[in-house]
Ligand binder design. Sequence first.
Ligand SMILES: [Zn+2]
Length: 476
Amino acid sequence: MRQIKQIVLALLLVILISTPAYWGHAQQAEIDGPIYIVQTGDTLWGIAVRFRVSVDDLARANNISDPGQLRLGARLVIPGLDGIQGLLTTSSVAYGDTLRSLSRRYQMPAEMLARLNHLTSPDEFYAGNTLVLLEQEQPIHTRRMMLAPGQSLLELAIIEGGNPWSLIHDNSLAGSWAAMAGEVLHTTTTESSPDLPPGPSAAPGLIEEIRLAPTFLVQGKSAVLRIIAPPGLSLTGTLDQRPLNFFPDPDGGYTSLQGVHAMVEPGAYQLSIQVTLPPEPPHNGAPYAFSQTVIVRSGNYPFDPVLIVKPETIDPQVTGPEETQWFELATPVTPEKLWQGIFQSPIGPPFNDCYPSKFGNRRSYNGSAYSFFHTGLDFCGGVGVDILAPAEGVVVFAGALTVRGNATMINHGWGVYTGYMHQSEILVKTGDKVQAGQLIGKVGETGRITGPHLHWELFVGGIQVDPLDWLTQIFP
Ligand SMILES: [Zn+2]
C-alpha cells in the first residue's frame, strides 16, 4: 500500500514538473528564430511559400492546429533560421539586383541574405523571385557609384563627396585596394530624396531602372528590355547568347526587343548587358557589365494530332535552303522604328479573328517526334480575300517560293518583320514602302498546303513569335 502511494506521488511530481505553468514562464518567451507578423490577406500556405519552408514545419513551430485560423497581427516564428533574430519582411528581386549589390543596399552580410533566402545556387537569385529581408529599425538609403578603371577609392570619394573609410565600411571591403574597376559601390545616406530612387542595386547611379517585360519570359513570346538612363550611353547585350540591339526610345531610355524561341527548354538563362558610360566627366566612358539569371516559362502550347504530309515537304534537303533564305531575310536589324502602336489585323472582317490554327502548336509529321511547331498564325478566308499591311514597313521580299508559295516579307524596323505565305496574288514588290492598312496581296493556296489560308509570321530579333500578341498589345 505504501509502495503504491509512493508511486502515485512520484507520478504526480513528474506531471507537475513537466507542466509549463510550474516553471512560471510561457514557452514563447525564448523564441528561437526570426518573426513574421501576419498581414491582411496572408495564408499559412502563402507565408510558407514566401519564406521557403513547409506548411507543416511552419504550423508545428507555431503550434497551429487549424491553418484557417491565422490571426491578423500574429507573430509567427519562421523555422530553419536558427541564430537569426528580428522581424522578417519580403520584397522581390528586380532586374539589376545581385546578392552582393543587395547586401550593400541593405547593409546586410551576403551570407545572411543567402541564408534568409535558402539560396543554394546563384541561379536561384533571379528577378521576380521573392526576396526575404530582415526589417531595419531605421530604413537605410544608399547611393550608387561605380569605380572607373584607373580610379582610386579616394578619388571616387572626392568626386562623390564622401570619404574612403565609409566606402570601405559600407561595402564590406577588406581595404581600399579591394575595390575593383567596374564595381558598383554603395554609400549610405541619412534620408531618401526624390532624386535618389532605389534603382537597380548592381548598376551605376545613372541607370535608373532595368525592366524586362514580361518578368518571366515565355516560350514563343516577345520580350522587351528597357534601360532607363540619360542619353549618351552605348549599350550591347545578349539574351541566352543571342545579341540584343538597343535603340534610344522616344520616351527616354533604351529599348531592345527580342523573341524567345517557341521550342527553347523552360528554365534559367543568362541576360548580359554591357554599357559604355557617357564620355564626359565624371563617367569618362567607363565600361560597365552586368549579368543576371532570367527565367523562361513554358508557353503551354497544345499538341496537334499527327499530320500526314508528302515526305518531301519535311525533307531538310528540300526545305532547308528555303528556310535559310527566309530567316536571312528577317535577320538585319534596322534602326528606324516604322510602326506606331498596335498592329492591325492583316485580314479584315469577317475573318479578322478567325484562326484555324494558332502559333506555337507542337507538331509531328508522319509520326515523327513533336520537334516541329506552328511558326505563325493562320487566318480563315478563301482565295482572293484581301491581305493588308499591319503596320508601316518596307518590303524586303516579294516572290514565289516552293514551300511557302507566293510570299512577302515586310521590315518594320528594330528587328521586327512580318511574313505572308500561300498568296494567290502579290501586290507589292521588294523595296516598296507600305503603310498600315495598305492592300499588299490576296489569300491563296500556293506552295505546299492543303487548303487556302493566310499563314502570317512575325519575327523579333530573328525569332518567330506569337503574332497575336502584336494585335492585342502595344510594343515595345
Ligand atoms: Zn500556318
